[in-house]
Design a binder for this molecule. Sequence first.
Ligand code: ADP
Length: 475
Amino acid sequence: MSIKNICCLGAGYVGGPTCSVIAWKCPDIKVTVVDLSVERIAQWNSEKLPIYEPLLDDVVKECRGKNLFFTNDIKTAILEADLIFISVNTPTKTFGNGKGRAADLKYVEGAARMIADIAQSDKIVVEKSTVPVRAAESIQNILYANNKPGVTYHILSNPEFLAEGTAINDLLYADRVLIGGENSGAIEQLCKIYEHWIPRKNILTTNTWSSELSKLAANAMLAQRVSSINSLSAVCEATGADVSEVARAVGLDSRIGSKFLQASIGFGGSCFQKDILNLVYICECLNLPEVAAYWQQVIDMNEYQKSRFTAKVVQALFNTVSGKNIALLGFAFKKNTGDTRESPAIYVAKTLLDEGATLNIYDPKVEESQIFKDLTHPSICESPEQVRKTVKVCEDAYSATKGTHAIVVCTEWDEFMVLDYKKIYDGMMKPAFIFDGRKILDHEKLLEYGFHVQTIGKQLRKPTPPPRMTNNHHV
Ligand code: ADP
């Protein structure tokens, strides 16, 4: 048997791009992506996809209606499928045991129960969500406990390593594909799908637990690098070292490597924090408190970096931002995505609002409704009306900065590097401040224009004062 029909439960950041690439690379396979949300599916079937990813539009346009389908008809999709991906959300629990840290597996469980209810024939069920160790076991337990005669399930773990903003490229040129499971026949079937475009030597097979833990380990280690360089950025600011120089010098050591050594206001996104909190929680449950404390520190350092940066903004603005108008450039957690989950910009905005500032926010890909949703979330603010009064979402960087006291760069969008900062300076209140939380701007140029500039991991000189009047001018 070879796989002819794939169903994917969950049309989100993982399921959508992954299945679009599978459909594109495997024209002989029918791929149906389903979701509980009618709105999400309608968006996938429209001109404006629900998520922004470079190249995603092209891939979807190429395949949609041919061998790639988006639908709410979950039942038919499950019945037809030989292989089912589960890529539903795994949010952090907001209640009960493990609150704030453990993953809430209710959607994974819901998906497994749907399969158990509907399936009439053998299925390979592939866990693809960012899920903590043991999710495959839960899926297996549910499916086996509800077994029907003549239906056999094989459960595999196939974690996704794509990064938002580069999802399509990451999928097309994956460093490795990881498949965990106990049944070699099922593993082989999934390998064959990936072999349409991934060389066999880059497809790794392991046991289920290794596969699941590797996903958490990869994210924990990446986040750890960011926290490590961010911790050193504080040392640089205190000593006169430059964190970019340090990162370059360290990164050229081939044992260390140069990636993920960019100091910033801190990492965000739906995975790093969530996965580490998960790892910490799992370690505590396994009675490994030292291991738990070790990884918790990666999160603590990230919190410290965000608060340190924001405190610096307030301090530079003469210790008060009350009544001041500040422009936030960027709201997404990184460039090339419209995703704001755990974005450091939310923390920066919240703190400045708490301190009494009014904000102009501009992000090239984040919708106004999303910004208000994030800033009025009950965990962020007590008074949504107040937020609506004090936050303005702007159409571009020029209107966002006009008349403001300060600019805070929160996301490293390329377009922020090429703005006309002379023009921006002229339109701002004086003294004009700029805080580069992503180290992307030409600081020397900004100083020349007259900006007071602060960045991460480097002390900068004061702007050159305007030329002093000499006596000659008074005659
Ligand atoms: P991720 O970033 O992990 O892809 P998202 O939140 O972007 O997570 O997407 C998960 C999607 O899964 C959501 O659109 C949600 O509606 C969907 N979903 C949750 N449970 C089910 C289910 N049982 N069947 C189908 N889709 C589901």
